[in-house]
Design a binder for this molecule. Sequence first.
Ligand SMILES: [Zn+2]
Length: 236
Amino acid sequence: MSALCVCASGAGRTILAIGAHAGDMELTCGALLAKHTRLGDRVVLLHLSLGERGKPGTSPEEYGAQKRREAEAAAKALGAEVRFGPWKDGDVPQSDDVARWVAEQIKVEKPTTVITHWKNSIHKDHAAAYVLANNAVLFAAIEGTRTVKAVYFTENWEDAEGFQPYIYAGFTEEDCQSWRKAVLAYEFTHAAFSGFDYIRYYEGMQKVRGAQARQPFAIAFDVEAMSKRRVIETLP
Ligand SMILES: [Zn+2]
């Protein structure tokens, strides 16, 4: 199997996408999540924090309520379910207690795939989410829930250091449209909000990764180094 192979979906699975802030997972891999819900898989978005401290001039309480409404609209556009952690923006603790809380979500949702942030990030909450998600998978497995077959790290402009695209997953124009509807539900994705043009960046990446994968559109994931080990019977 080539590293560029885009594998078929198996209907009926659950994919759990664990993001530091509402919006992170939708922006980075939402188009693929839309594809999976379209194919019959169940997708659960888990936002550890609302990301409520990102709007100057608006209180965290007010913006948090807005982000929650936006997250619910985004999930609906993707055909996904959404869960919220209780932690504050900028203050997601990288602790075993929080990882055990995430593990409880894994025990309930029983995902086959977990998607989260890459380990290196300019945002401490993103780096925390990477540790929490990985430790949660471990804690859940130790306590008997071994449903997770793969943990994938999604490509995020804030988590770029050392990220190497390894798994490429293609999707359709229809999935792109679902993604666009989802991410535009968030005010912060509009270029005038922060000055960073999220839509242009992630649309561009979908085309770049698509070209590399010889697909119309694709996103890329990294995986842990140990997951890159391939064992063959004979040379190809
Ligand atoms: Zn974030």
